[in-house]
Design a protein around this ligand. Structure first.
Ligand code: F6R
Length: 621
C-alpha cells in the first residue's frame, strides 16, 4: 500500500472523503465478487465499517445455486461467533452492519434481506420514505415479508421486475426508480452468482477496483487492505460489478458513464488500531500529527471564509455536541478579539435564531461528519432565507460541505471512534486560523507564522500526552464515583463542557460541565466528601477567581483535579499542561480529559469505541 507523508494524506482526504464519509443514515455495506472465496474480505470489511452502526450484522453469499444468509442482532464479533460467519464460502457476497431505523433490533430485522423466491438479496443504508405504500402493493400481489424493515421492499420489487422478464440490471434499475428517500443499496442474485448491483441516492457508495476481485462499500476503509484504487459513485448512479470489470450507468436514462479509478493515498495503518487497544485511544494519540495537518489550508479559501464573516451584517455560529463546543471557542474569539458580535447556538435550537437569518447573514457551521441532521436543518433554513453558509468540516464530500458556500477541511483523517477527539482539536486549529485571518485583515495581527505555530502546538500535544499514567491513577481512584463536575471560566469553559460530554458518553458516569462562576448559584449544594471535580484553570485573567472556587469546593469535601499550566497547592491532584498561546490552550487542556474518559470506560469495562445507544453520525432529528 502506498506510503506517504501527512500532507499526502491531507490532499488525499479530498478524494477520499468524497467517497468515504457521507453517512446520511448510518449502516455499513461491503460487497465483493471474485473467482475465489470472498467471505474473508466481506467479514474483514464489515469490521472496518462497524463504526457506522453496530446493533446487528449479517452476510449473504451466492453459492451452489442458492443465497445463503447468516445474520443476527449484536456486534459483528458476537454474530460472527454465534453463526460461524467465517465458515461461509462463496465467490460473491455482501455484508451489512446495522443501526436500526425501521424495525427493532432483532435477528429478523438484520440485513441482508431476501425476496420471496430466494432470488435476490439486498443490503441497504438509508431510509425508504415510501416503503409502507410499496409494501402494501407488494402484499396485495402476494409477497410475503419476513422483517419489519423498509429495506425488504427492495428485494421484492427487484423480484417483481425479474418476473416481468427484465434482465438483472434493468430489473434493479426499474425497482430503484420506485424508491423515494435515501439509499445506498447492493444486491446479489441466486442465478447470476458473479454479479453485484449497487446504486446510490444521498448515501455513500464507493467501488474498489482490484485484480480479479472488485468491491462495493459504504466507505473505502472497508477494502483498502485489498486495493487502493477506488471509483466514487455519484448520486443516481448504478454500478454493475463483476470480478473482472465494473460498469457504471446513470439511473436517469441508463447511459453508461466512464469513470477512472482514483488512487487512494491511504495506508492500512490509518484505519487500523495499530498498537492501540481501541480506535479512540489511537485517535487521541494521533493528535500531535492531526493538529499540525489542520494548518494546511488553501490560503485563498481561508481569506474568503474570513472575509465573509468580516463583512457580514450578522454572524451566527453553530454545531452539535463536541462540534458545538469548538464553535463556542470561535464565537468567543470573534467577540473578544475581533470585536465581531456573533450569536452561538446549538444547531437543534436553530428556531430560536432563524428569524434573524436573512441576506447579509453568515452562518458558520462546525461538523466532523457533515451529516448531522440538526446542523443540516439549521443551515438549510439559513440558506432558504438568503444567508451565506460557511463550514468547518472533516468530511469534505459530505452534505454540509457540498451545501456550504465555503467549506474548510479539518484534515484529521478518518475518525472512527464514536466519540469525537482529534476532530475537536483540529476544529480549534481551523477556527483559530479563520479568526487570525480576520485579525490580520483588521490590521491587528501581523507576521503570522502558521507553520511554526503548528510545530509548537504539535510538540505541546506530545508533551501533554505524557500525563497518561497520571490519568490512569486518577481513574483507579475515582472510577466508582456516580458524578463528576467540570468547571472553568472564559475560553476554557467549552473545554469543561467537552470534558463532561466525553466522560458521559464513554464511561456512562453522570457529569456536568459549567462555568466555575455558576457553582455558587446552585451546584455547590451537590459537593460532598470525595466528589470529584475537574477544574480547568489556565494562567491568566480568570486564574485566581477559579482558584477561589476551587478552595470553596475543597472546603466542602471536593477532590479537585486541577488542569493548568500553573501549579497551585489548592488542588487535590494536579495535571500540568504546557503553556502555549492562549488561543491553543483548549487543545492541550482537552487531551487529559479525553484520556480520563477513555481510561474510565476501559476500567468500567465499556467499549470506548462503540458507546451504547450512540452512532458516529447523528442523522436523525
Ligand atoms: C461527542 C460526539 C458528538 C458529535 C455530534 C456532532 O463525542 O461525537 O457529540 O460531536 O454528534 O457530530 P458532527 O461533528 O459530526 O456534526
Amino acid at each position: 500500500m502506498k506510503k506517504g507523508p501527512i500532507n499526502c494524506i491531507n490532499i488525499l482526504c479530498l478524494n477520499l472523503y468524497d467517497a468515504y464519509t457521507m453517512p446520511k443514515i448510518v449502516c455499513g455495506i461491503i460487497g465483493c465478487t471474485s473467482d475465489e472465496n470472498v467471505v474473508p474480505e466481506v467479514l474483514g470489511g464489515l469490521k472496518r465499517v462497524e463504526y457506522r452502526g453496530y446493533d446487528s450484522a449479517g452476510i449473504v453469499v451466492a453459492v451452489n445455486g442458492r443465497l445463503e444468509v447468516r445474520k443476527g442482532a449484536g456486534r459483528i464479533e458476537d454474530v460472527e461467533k454465534r453463526l460461524k460467519l467465517s465458515s461461509m464460502k462463496g465467490k460473491t457476497g455482501l455484508g451489512h452492519t446495522r443501526w436500526a431505523t425501521h424495525g427493532n433490533v432483532s435477528d429478523r430485522n438484520a440485513h441482508p434481506h431476501i425476496s420471496c423466491m430466494g432470488e435476490v438479496a439486498v443490503v441497504h443504508n438509508g431510509i425508504i420514505d415510501n416503503y409502507i405504500q410499496l409494501k402494501e402493493e407488494l402484499l396485495k400481489r402476494g409477497h410475503k415479508f419476513r422483517s419489519d424493515t423498509d429495506t425488504e421492499v427492495i428485494a421484492h420489487l427487484v423480484e417483481e421486475e425479474l418476473k416481468a422478464g427484465r434482465d438483472y440490471l434493468h430489473a434493479s434499475l426499474f425497482a430503484f426508480k420506485k424508491l423515494s428517500g435515501q439509499y445506498a443499496v447492493a444486491l446479489i442474485f441466486r442465478d447470476m452468482p458473479d454479479l453485484i448491483v449497487g446504486a446510490r441516492k444521498d448515501a455513500p457508495l464507493v467501488l474498489g477496483v482490484g485484480k480479479g476481485k472488485n468491491f462495493i462499500a459504504s466507505d473505502a476503509i472497508a477494502f483498502i487492505e485489498y486495493t487502493d484504487k477506488a471509483i466514487f459513485l455519484d448520486n443516481m448512479e448504478l454500478a454493475e460489478i463483476r470480478p473482472e470489470r465494473i460498469r457504471i450507468y446513470r439511473m436517469e436514462d441508463g447511459r453508461e458513464v466512464k469513470k477512472s479509478p482514483v488512487q487512494l493515498a491511504w495506508e492500512v495503518a490509518d484505519i487500523t488500531k495499530k498498537e492501540h487497544a481501541h480506535f479512540t485511544l489511537k485517535e487521541i494519540h494521533e493528535q500531535p500529527l492531526t493538529v499540525r495537518s489542520a494548518f494546511y489550508q488553501d490560503p485563498s479559501k481561508l481569506r474568503d471564509f474570513a472575509s465573509s464573516i468580516l463583512t457580514a451584517k450578522s454572524v451566527f455560529i453553530t454545531g452539535a455536541g463536541t462540534s458545538f463546543h469548538a464553535s463556542m471557542l470561535m464565537a468567543y474569539r470573534l467577540r473578544n478579539e475581533a470585536r465581531i458580535r456573533s450569536e452561538n447556538f446549538l444547531s437543534g435550537e436553530y428556531r430560536q435564531f432563524s428569524q434573524w437569518f436573512e441576506k447579509g447573514t453568515v452562518v458558520v457551521a462546525f461538523s466532523q461528519s457533515g451529516e448531522t441532521a440538526d446542523v443540516l436543518e439549521a443551515v438549510r433554513e439559513a440558506k432558504k432565507k438568503g444567508a451565506m453558509v460557511v463550514s468547518i468540516v472533516n468530511a469534505v464530500g459530505s452534505t454540509l460541505a457540498r451545501e456550504s458556500d465555503i467549506a474548510l477541511p479539518l484534515n484529521c483523517g478518518p475518525e472512527i471512534g464514536v466519540a469525537a477527539t482529534k476532530s475537536f482539536t483540529a476544529q480549534v486549529v481551523v477556527s483559530n486560523l479563520v479568526v487570525d485571518t480576520i485579525l490580520e485583515m483588521q490590521g491587528s495581527l501581523r507576521n503570522r507564522a502558521d507553520e511554526k505555530e503548528g510545530e509548537i502546538l504539535s510538540r505541546a500535544v506530545e508533551r501533554v500526552l505524557e500525563c497518561e499514567s497520571q490519568v490512569k491513577e486518577l481513574v483507579s481512584m475515582y472510577s466508582n464515583k456516580p458524578d463528576f463536575y467540570f468547571v472553568a471560566r472564559g475560553y476554557s469553559y467549552p473545554v469543561a463542557l467537552e470534558g463532561a460530554l466525553k466522560l458521559k458518553e464513554l464511561s456512562y458516569i453522570h457529569a456536568e460541565g459549567m462555568p466555575a462562576s455558576e457553582l455558587k448559584h446552585g451546584t455547590l449544594a451537590l459537593i460532598e466528601e470525595g466528589t470529584p471535580v475537574v477544574a480547568i484553570n489556565p494562567s491568566g485573567e480568570n486564574h485566581s477567581d477559579t482558584l477561589s472556587n476551587v478552595e470553596e469546593m475543597v472546603a466542602r469535601g471536593a477532590h479537585v483535579i486541577g488542569i493548568s499550566d500553573e501549579a497551585s497547592k489548592q488542588y487535590t491532584h494536579f495535571i500540568m499542561v504546557p503553556k502555549i498561546e492562549s488561543k491553543y490552550m483548549p487543545v492541550v487542556e482537552v487531551v487529559p480529559l479525553q484520556l480520563l474518559a477513555y481510561y474510565m470506560a476501559v476500567e468500567r469495562e465499556n467499549d470506548p469505541d462503540y458507546p451504547r445507544n450512540l452512532a458516529k453520525s447523528v442523522t436523525v432529528k
